[in-house]
Design a protein around this ligand. Structure first.
Ligand SMILES: [Zn+2]
Length: 255
């Protein structure tokens, strides 16, 4: 069964059919899902989903684009949630320089702060990094992220950057972009990253694979990513599913 390690089923795009869609997962070969918080309200919704569905887990954290909502008072909620057995990671956290706001200073401050919380509560991190490779690696080194562990999700950088992340003990999150016609860079990342360091993810509702590119994404489209990965790695689709699911359980420390 496939483990979707990064999804946002709390997104309003799923309001029309969330229950039905989730009810179809088992039959579609989706065994587990981690729902990822992108802000404080989304983190609460992730916890709610993880309590509602036994095969769901939650990550709690604040995405770089939403860090302006944070202060020393409200960030304490992460500690509370982290004590829950269905909470398996701190994330998504990181840096996103695609948009001008919040400033890099604000983003860096809360990335570091949330890494420190993950260290304290002994949970892995889910790192979101876009157009910010150098600063992300710098902070990971400075904060000794190798002791914390986690994944660089929706990986968008070169194979060289992927290697640096893997060398720090991190996993590489791969999703729909792998199937895109202009996805050559991701093919190279998959070619050069050991199979035991790769996680499958949708990042749904975003980044649907071909042939659904541009549509609303969901976990039942992951087999398209599996097929492409199996071709690149020269192994069977069953092997891709088995290994990536083992990787996900190892990273999220789910037995
Ligand atoms: Zn995400």
């Amino acid at each position: 069964m496939i483990f979707d390690t990064h999804a946002h089923y709390d997104d309003e795009q799923f309001d029309i059919d969330r229950e039905e869609l989730i009810a179809s997962f088992k039959e579609a070969g989706i065994g587990n899902v981690t729902n990822i918080g992108a802000n404080l309200a989304g983190s609460q919704r992730s916890m709610d989903l993880a309590h509602k569905y036994d095969f769901f887990y939650a990550a709690v954290g604040v995405h770089p684009s939403d860090t302006e909502e944070l202060n020393e008072e409200n960030i304490k909620a992460l500690y509370e949630w982290s004590r829950d057995e269905k909470c398996v990671a701190i994330g998504e956290i990181g840096l996103d320089y695609h948009w001008p706001d919040p400033t890099p200073e604000v983003q860096k401050k809360w990335f570091v702060r949330q890494l420190q919380i993950a260290r304290k509560v002994k949970l892995p991190v889910i790192i979101h990094s876009r157009e910010a490779a150098a600063d992300t690696l710098q902070i990971m080194h400075d904060e000794h992220a190798e002791d914390i562990g986690g994944v660089v999700h929706c990986f968008s950088y070169s194979k060289e950057v992927a290697k640096q992340c893997v060398d720090m003990g991190f996993y590489i999150g791969i999703g729909g972009v792998l199937t895109f016609k202009n996805g050559r860079k991701m093919v190279e990342v998959v070619e050069n990253t050991p199979m035991d360091r790769i996680l499958l993810e949708t990042d749904c509702p975003y980044l649907a694979p071909e042939p659904y590119r541009g549509k609303r994404n969901n976990s039942t489209y992951l087999p398209y990513v599996v097929t492409k990965m199996a071709q690149i790695k020269g192994i069977s689709e069953e092997e891709v599913i088995r290994i990536t699911t083992e990787n996900a359980k190892r990273m999220y420390r789910i037995s």
